[in-house]
Ligand binder design. Structure first.
Ligand SMILES: [Zn+2]
Length: 289
């Protein structure tokens, strides 16, 4: 009898352990409402589909990203677009109320990012590198780096309980070469969810079909029907797999799967977060197995 009770208790404890082990909490942070989507949207869909918890945070409200609209009216449009995109990705999308184009890495904003990472109980935090053409992207990267480690310090933002472990912090892929090029430590095959990623990104109508085409002179080429727009957006925004990313795909998926991958998202491990072993990365990215 005693033995049976012990077995049951062990089984229950093991189930709780497995349950806790199986959920990965991911926070993706971008400067603008659409950055998380572009840089990690496919990966977010894979996490969400497998029942993990993904939070997108836009540090600015996007109120400068348009040629005809602006200010509070534009911020309202972009918040609604982000909310719709969040539904399509299967993630929660939070837009912080800081002005677009004027972001500075202030202590106030750093503390809010620390709180957001703690409240999500993050295992993984994803954001841009500090080498980038846009000052908001650079300053977002600094804010995230400054939150790394501080998320475990109880005397910092003491109104929100600290994390027990520093999360793994990852940088998203970019093409900037100075002071050093992006290194794809981790690569995720997003071929199976690429269409969904494009459909979710298309929720940011003011960006992909108005503002960004206006900035690159293709405004008059934007198609009018939804089906044509999705195809147009897919052609324009498909992430290319370079040799380094291919090598990383081979490492995580094996050569056969890597060879067949059409689209991928890659990430570099930030030195200021927890430094995961390959085994831990496989646990944090369960779709590698
Ligand atoms: Zn941006």
């Amino acid at each position: 009898m005693k033995k049976t009770a012990l077995l049951i208790v062990s089984f229950l404890l093991f189930s709780v352990f497995l349950f806790a082990q199986n959920k990965v909490n991911v926070v993706v942070i971008g400067a603008h409402p659409d950055d998380c989507d572009i840089d990690a949207g496919g990966t977010a869909i894979l996490f969400a589909k497998a029942g993990h918890n993904v939070l997108f945070v836009s540090v600015t409200n996007g109120d400068a990203g348009h040629h005809e609209k602006g200010g509070g009216a534009l911020a309202k449009i972009r918040r609604a677009e982000a909310e719709e995109a969040g539904k399509r990705f299967g993630v929660k999308y939070v837009v912080l109320d800081n002005h677009d184009g004027e972001l500075m890495p202030t202590l106030d904003i750093r503390l809010n990012i620390i709180r957001a990472i703690r409240q999500w109980n993050a295992d993984v935090v994803i954001g841009p590198r500090p080498n980038d053409y846009h000052p908001d992207h650079r300053n977002t990267a600094i804010l995230i780096q400054d939150a790394a480690y501080m998320v475990i310090v109880p005397n910092v933002a003491p109104d929100t309980p600290p994390l027990k472990r520093n999360p793994v912090f990852l940088y998203t892929e970019d093409g900037f070469q100075k002071p050093y090029p992006f290194e794809p430590d981790i690569a995720v095959d997003i071929t199976s969810v690429f269409e969904q990623k494009i459909y979710a990104m298309a929720a940011h109508e003011s960006q992909f079909f108005e503002w960004l085409p206006w900035t690159n002179g293709t405004h008059d080429k934007v198609p009018s029907t939804e089906a044509e727009r999705l195809k147009w957006l897919a052609d324009w925004r498909k992430p290319k797999i370079n040799d380094n990313v291919l090598q990383s795909l081979e490492k995580w998926y094996g050569n056969d799967r890597a060879k067949n991958a059409k689209y991928a998202e890659a990430f570099e491990i930030c030195e200021y977060g927890r430094r995961p072993s390959d085994e831990e990365i496989r646990r944090l990215f369960p779709f590698f197995n």
